[in-house]
Design a protein around this ligand. Structure first.
Ligand SMILES: Cc1cc2nc3c(=O)[nH]c(=O)nc-3n(C[C@H](O)[C@H](O)[C@H](O)COP(=O)(O)OP(=O)(O)OC[C@H]3O[C@@H](n4cnc5c(N)ncnc54)[C@H](O)[C@@H]3O)c2cc1C
Length: 460
């Protein structure tokens, strides 16, 4: 019975961990595929709601549901503290979505000091590197400062790694199975159920290329679309001390050079680093990959020299990109020397999206959140939507638990009442049958029964 509504099937590459904490019948054991910001926000919110329920339960033992087990399956290995210290893309969180989730997770106090590595201003330059837009360019100092403060309150930036770190710090480590890739999610046609080990409900938070998405067919023909744009990240550490001229040019907010369908984006990162993201429109330029040498040095030469990429870009922009390549090459050489280099060369990642309005037919045992549900081209909203989804899903699960719990209690009370009545009768009946004169006693009892049903003395 308890397993009649299991969901999603997974083959995990990691050894099996301790079994999911036993949940009483009626409480869903939840599996989350993926361990990105959406998944971790959801896991934390579910843990918080279950532990607050447990506390209330100690005060009112029968009124609240017990602990809700949740397990996250993440294909990457557990990040080390050093890896979480590395510069990573900056995410601005918004009121009503990302920030609401941060507050609901009780992380506001930890979040605030980690914001501000990337300021909120924006500079846009053309192919030559000439500034065509800069936030507050026509404003007087005071007015500009006030505006910055205002926006800062509304859209603070945090490094992706710092966001993951504060979420991870609060999630019980047993909840996460690192190095566990969900390779398949399918419905068992025979039993009309789906299974993911011993879990009842599966939430796909496994990003753009979600495996769980296959469980939830789209309500209209709708598939993942490639934009033709591929991107890769580079890092310039300590830019303002080591390259002050470049630092002054790109600023500490977002710097964008847009031309020929390509983009060079620079953002302020942790410890005065600059994160340089190069986005190449391979549809227009004919692509970079296809078996060619993708070593950092080779890609650098091609990107900076070939006219179809950044070859015709102005010196200032090229200098930023060249410096970012050189610094990244130097860091890779150091990692190699120290024996912990994880990846050779550059991996160009495609930008993909689901068609706007993508939705799926509701299924009772699985759902999707974040990029798995609605990956879109980057517009500064993706992580906010993922955290908002997590907030809403956690609230629905909480409602489900709170509604289910009193109903289960009612059902259990009725079950107890009718079982007790029958159990009393069975005690009497058995005492009678297994006594010294069982046959006579049973015959007498049967006659009594027949009389009470109006059957007279026929049975004598
Ligand atoms: C270049 C770029 C810049 C961006 N900039 C911004 C920005 O400034 N602001 C913003 O809001 N958004 C931005 N986005 C979008 C944002 O990154 C995503 O919307 C957000 O990360 C979605 O979060 P998620 O938790 O749903 O998915 P993800 O962050 O993609 O996390 C998915 C997780 O699932 C894991 N996973 C994947 N497959 C499996 C599997 N089969 N089994 C187990 N685990 C699996 C992955 O390892 C990953 O940890 C940007 C995106 C890109 C590509």
């Amino acid at each position: 019975m308890a397993h009649s509504n299991r969901t999603g099937s997974t083959t995990a590459t990691a050894p099996p961990p301790p079994a999911a904490a036993a949940a009483p019948i009626g409480y869903p054991r939840i599996a989350i595929a993926g361990g990105g910001p959406g998944a971790l926000t959801l896991a934390l919110l579910l843990q918080l709601s279950s532990s607050s329920s447990s506390q209330q339960q100690q005060t009112h033992p029968t009124s609240t549901p017990p602990v809700l087990p949740v397990t996250v399956f993440e294909m990457r290995s557990k990040p080390t503290p050093a890896q979480l210290d590395e510069p990573s893309g900056s995410l601005d969180l918004h009121e009503g979505s990302g920030l609401a989730a941060i507050r609901a997770c009780g992380l506001w106090e930890r979040f605030v000091p980690l914001t501000g590595d990337c300021e909120e201003g924006m500079i846009v330059v053309d192919r030559e590197g000439r500034v065509v837009y800069s936030d507050g360019e026509n404003e007087e100092g005071k007015e500009k400062e006030e505006k910055e403060q205002q926006t800062k309150r509304g859209r603070p930036e945090i490094a992706r790694n710092n966001l993951l770190r504060i979420l991870l710090d609060k999630i019980p480590p047993d909840c996460i199975r690192w190095g566990s890739k969900v390779v398949k999610a399918e419905k068992d046609e025979q039993s009309a159920t789906t299974t993911i080990e011993n879990f009842d409900y599966l939430i796909g938070a496994d990003g753009a290329f979600s495996r769980v998405r296959t469980l939830l067919p789209p309500s209209s023909a709708s598939t993942l679309q490639s934009s033709g744009i591929h991107w890769f990240p580079l890092v310039i550490p300590a830019i303002s001390t080591r390259h002050p001229r470049l630092a002054a040019y790109v600023g500490r907010g977002m710097f964008l050079c847009l031309a020929q369908g390509h983009m060079v984006c620079v953002m302020g990162g942790v410890r005065d680093s600059a994160l340089v993201t190069v986005m190449l429109n391979c549809q227009r330029s004919g692509g970079v990959g296809g078996g060619v040498d993708m070593s950092l040095d080779r890609v650098k030469q091609r990107v900076l020299n070939e006219e179809r990429f950044l070859g015709r870009f102005g010196d200032k922009v090229k200098e930023v990109v060249r410096m970012a390549f050189d610094e990244t090459i130097a860091a890779a050489a150091k990692e190699e020397e120290e024996g912990y280099r994880q990846q050779d060369g550059i991996q160009l990642k495609p930008l993909v999206s689901l068609p706007a309005g993508h939705c799926w037919t509701h299924a009772p045992h699985a759902t999707l959140i974040g990029d798995a549900a609605h990956v879109m081209l980057p517009s500064g909203e993706g992580v906010n939507l993922a955290m908002w989804d997590a907030l809403d899903v956690s609230r629905s699960i909480e409602v489900f638990r709170r509604v289910l719990s009193p109903k289960m209690k009612e059902c259990e009370e009725e079950m107890h009442r009718r079982a007790a009545q029958e159990a009393h009768a069975s005690v009497e009946q058995n005492a009678l049958m297994f006594g010294e004169n069982g046959a006579e006693a049973l015959a007498g009892w049967m006659r009594e029964m027949m009389r009470s049903f109006g059957g007279g003395d026929e049975a004598e």
